[in-house]
Write a protein that binds this ligand. Structure first.
Ligand SMILES: Nc1ncnc2c1ncn2[C@@H]1O[C@H](COP(=O)(O)OP(=O)(O)OP(=O)(O)O)[C@@H](O)[C@H]1O
Length: 287
């Protein structure tokens, strides 16, 4: 269980007005669940996600992982605790001059796994979870976006974490590749019991993947609901984003164009003339 208790994160820079990116947020994320965090750009989603592994240390509040307050740990204790929390990013963040296997082995080295043979075996195991072991000797530049994200997932899994944080994991991918990556995340959650927290602006990702949804606005969580409710026709979310989630998607109020109007066609065909019909009108006539 992850418990965020009254978390605030204020960015202060000399000569600039402080920015409260996260404002007194409390959120319990049950063990083994998939929590979605959505909201408009600048709402504080990424900062809140990075608060969980203290990549961004909150200005105040507690971050409890299975009862341990991460904010109270010393550097070495925090280093150890962070191995329980993997993270993947929109831009994959692979090291380009290392092979796929070396990328994963590097994270194991940072995690203190001794012995190159052990690291090699664990890297191969992690790569096989996302079916990309055959690319072990390839360099990132020779992989597709989806393959890079699978390597990034393998790298995150190699330390055998309890939690996987995903910051816009599919935003750089096409819809088909997105579906594949989401399936891997769902499998990892179900088969390995890993708690997944996903920040996304893609509504399909929320609908397809998550168990619980939290909506953020101006640094606060303003609405929460179980994702199952999105399939209930009676469900009426309170926020604009929640409403959009249950809608049919983007609706654009377009002004009619010449392509939408019926343009009378004055020149009738020979058949119509023979039948002595009124001139016909066809849609989409253009000058
Ligand atoms: N390192 C930083 N220094 C100063 N301000 C920051 C920093 N990181 C984020 N912010 C500000 O904090 C607020 C929240 O940013 P954050 O990236 O968490 O939002 P977000 O909801 O993830 O946005 P997006 O969807 O655009 O990524 C924004 O106003 C942003 O400009």
């Amino acid at each position: 269980m992850i418990s965020l208790c009254n978390i605030s994160t204020v960015f202060t820079a000399r000569g600039k007005t402080p920015v409260t990116a996260v404002d007194d947020v409390s959120l319990d994320i049950p063990k083994g669940s998939i929590q979605g965090i959505i909201g408009f750009s600048g709402a504080g989603k990424s900062t809140l996600l990075r608060n969980i592994n203290l990549l961004e240390r909150p200005t105040q509040g507690q971050v409890l992982l299975d009862g341990t307050d991460l904010t109270q740990l010393n550097d070495e204790e925090l280093r150890q605790a962070r191995h329980q929390i993997g993270m993947i990013f929109q831009g994959f963040n692979l090291v380009n001059n290392l092979t796929v296997a070396q990328n994963v082995e590097l994270s194991l080295k940072f995690a203190g796994v001794k012995g190159s043979r052990d690291r090699r075996e664990r890297a191969a195991e992690a790569l096989s979870i996302v079916d990309i072991a055959e690319k072990a000797d390839a360099y990132p530049a020779h992989l597709s976006g989806g393959q890079k994200q699978r390597v990034a997932i393998a790298r995150a899994l190699a330390t055998r974490p309890r939690v996987l944080l995903c910051d816009e994991p599919t935003s750089a991918l096409d819809p088909f590749t997105t579906a594949t990556v989401l399936q891997y995340l769902a499998d990892i959650n179900r088969e390995l019991g890993i708690t997944v927290v996903v920040v996304t602006h893609e509504m399909e990702v929320v609908k397809a993947l998550t168990d619980h949804v939290a909506v953020m606005e101006s640094g606060r969580i303003v609405e929460r609901f179980p994702a199952l409710q999105l399939h209930d026709p009676q469900f009426q979310p309170a926020t604009a984003i929640g409403k959009y989630l249950v809608s049919d998607g983007i609706q654009v109020d377009r002004a009619p164009t010449s392509a939408d109007t019926l343009t009378p066609v004055t020149a009738v065909t020979g058949v119509e003339r023979a039948l002595d019909r009124e001139p016909v009108a066809v849609a989409g006539g253009r000058d």
